[in-house]
Design a protein. Structure first.
Length: 73
């Protein structure tokens, strides 16, 4: 896992929380912004699910970055 604070769109992540998506892989979609365009400090993550498309808003401590060359968990 990477500890870098730098996040890029399309980076793979492992979701730690909340429980209903914990342990699943996801992809960074971008930083969440409020209506005036200011960042909230949260990230939009598209979770890899077989039956449905789920996008969650997560704080940085709710997911971990995966290495570029890491195999899927």
């Amino acid at each position: 896992m990477l500890k870098s604070r730098q996040l890029l769109v399309t980076q793979k992540v492992l979701v730690l929380h909340p429980a209903y998506v914990a342990g699943k892989l996801g992809v960074v979609c971008g930083e969440e912004l409020i209506s005036n365009g200011r960042p909230t400090g949260r990230w939009l993550i598209q979770v890899d699910c077989t039956s449905e498309h789920i996008i969650v808003s997560l704080s940085r401590d709710e997911f971990e970055l995966l290495n570029q060359d890491a195999e899927q968990v």
